[in-house]
Design a protein around this ligand. Structure first.
Ligand SMILES: [Zn+2]
Length: 511
């Protein structure tokens, strides 16, 4: 069968480096861009014609870090640190059926597509361990919506309470017993389940591919991480972990390993070009250098970092040490939406608010590169996704230039990062096929989705009530214990030196 041909005529294509957008025609064969030429260029007679006049075309945004399981929890909490969010986990995403797992993932895919995102790195969790059917349900949701995805089972063999040094001892005997029932599967059982799911994977790897995600280094035994590294190698898949997202993680890491979490992961053989650090808010200079030298990525999620009070990541420091930078939204359970335009805008703001020296500020083109090419590399799609260029997959967003965000049109790159909020998205193409057209999803019925979501939400709220009550009982102790632990200065852990002897404080770093 001949490949389906499409020609997009007259759209203005964003040129990131030049901050320009000139009109051009794009010829697509199957799922790939085969030619870009002057408006009116010759095309095969049987090519489908798409009129893109008054449209700005940009490469589909790529979300380098999210959690499909979080979409049923948007807007559930307010004053949550990462540690309180983890404590609330069973209350907000407990007792999910297979249908719930599909539904929550589909909600995120639908939102992402409507807001100009064409591929995501989804770290998805199942209790007490991943399953073949659960991972297939997530993958199927993306396949049905028409979105590309990397689906990584997010795993651990220690609960949050076991992972934070000293926390368990702080709980009353009654609460210790309560959190006992949150115990995760032994790592060998989880490893077996992951291997089984990866062997059974029957989706086109260019559309929906698997990966593996030891959730947070110190939530996993060394044996578990070593097995995850082996799985990544055996199945040639990527690996993703939350590293130094919060200050508490850094302190927990030093207490457990006597070194930074990045050093620990590096010593475990995890750090390489297929490894992504989520957040990295508290990475030190040596951590960044290790990641950069080994070609690893950081998924920067400024919205989540502010929402959870995790801090402001030193992204310019990462770029200077050659870390590959991707941008993400994080899960809707801690960012409340899946809007990559907002993530880009916040990435710009966070880089600026850290200090007054503009040499340390990210540029809008660095940010747009990160949200396209950088994220593509983190997902393992380097050279295939992230650009509107010959040889790349035809993942293209069509913005309406008559939308208020583009009146007037001054600079396409600055306006994509600082002005656009998703409301100009008119159409979205993934692999040469329209998945959003006239501002509507092609493959998802939103009214039906809303009904299903309400039914699931009500059922889960009722069934998770005991988990909610347990959270209420734990909140005070967890909050005070964790904030107390965070008062410890990092100097002591990092350098064994007393506070004030060296000016290596995170917020005062200079380069
Ligand atoms: Zn995350």
């Amino acid at each position: 069968m001949a490949k389906r041909k499409t020609i997009i005529r007259g759209g203005k294509i964003v040129n990131i480096a030049k901050h320009r957008a000139d009109a051009a025609d794009i010829l697509i064969a199957g799922d790939t861009i085969v030619e870009i030429g002057k408006p009116g260029m010759a095309a095969p007679a049987d090519a489908i014609v798409i009129d893109a006049r008054r449209r700005l075309l940009h490469p589909g945004l790529i979300n380098a870090h999210t959690h499909g399981h979080g979409n049923l929890a948007k807007g559930m909490g307010d004053r949550w640190t990462l540690e309180l969010l983890l404590t609330a986990g069973p209350a907000i995403s407990g007792n999910r059926t297979l249908d719930d797992k599909y539904l929550t993932t589909l909600i995120g895919a639908a939102e992402g597509l409507l807001k100009g995102c064409t591929a995501v790195y989804d770290l998805t969790v199942e209790f007490p361990m991943p399953s073949v059917e659960g991972l297939q349900a997530c993958a199927q949701a993306y396949a049905d919506a028409g979105m590309r995805a990397v689906v990584a089972p997010m795993v651990a063999d220690r609960t949050f309470f076991e992972a934070v040094p000293g926390l368990m001892e702080r709980l009353t005997p009654g609460l210790q017993k309560d959190v006992e029932r949150l115990r995760l599967a032994p790592y060998k059982t989880s490893v077996k389940a992951i291997r089984k799911a990866l062997k059974a994977w029957n989706y086109d790897h260019d559309l929906v591919r698997p990966a593996v995600a030891p959730t947070i280094p110190h939530h996993c035994s060394d044996e578990f991480i070593a097995d995850c590294v082996r799985i990544a190698r055996d199945f040639d898949v990527a690996m993703h972990s939350h590293v130094s997202e919060s200050k508490l993680q850094v302190i927990a890491g030093y207490k457990r390993y006597g070194k930074s979490l990045t050093s620990h992961m590096d010593d475990m053989g995890a750090v390489g070009p297929n490894f992504t650090v989520a957040h990295g808010v508290w990475l030190d200079d040596d951590d960044m250098k290790r990641l950069g030298d080994k070609g690893a990525s950081v998924a920067h999620n400024p919205g989540s970092n502010m929402r959870l009070g995790s801090g402001l990541a030193d992204v310019i420091g990462m770029l200077r040490r050659k870390v590959n930078l991707g941008i993400g939204t994080d899960g809707a359970n801690c960012s409340d939406n899946q809007n990559m335009y907002e993530s880009m805008r916040l990435a710009s703001m966070v880089s600026k608010v850290r200090g007054p020296d503009i040499a340390d500020w990210l540029t809008t083109d660095q940010i747009l590169e990160a949200a396209t090419v950088g994220s593509a590399k983190a997902l393992g799609f380097e050279g295939k996704l992230g650009r509107i260029e010959k040889g790349y997959k035809a993942d293209i967003v069509f913005l309406d230039l008559d939308s208020i965000n583009w009146i007037p049109f001054n600079d396409p790159v600055n306006q994509l990062v600082h002005t656009e909020d998703g409301t100009s998205v008119d159409a979205v193409m993934v692999g040469g096929k329209m998945v959003v057209e006239n501002r509507k999803l092609v493959n998802v019925d939103l009214a039906k989705l809303a009904k299903q979501a309400e039914t699931a939400r009500a059922r889960l709220e009722a069934i998770n009530k005991p988990n909610r009550l347990l959270y209420d009982k734990l909140e005070k102790t967890v909050a005070s214990y964790c904030s107390g632990l965070c008062k410890e200065p990092l100097h002591i852990h990092r350098y064994g030196a007393p506070l004030g002897s060296h000016s290596h404080g995170h917020k005062h770093k200079h380069h």
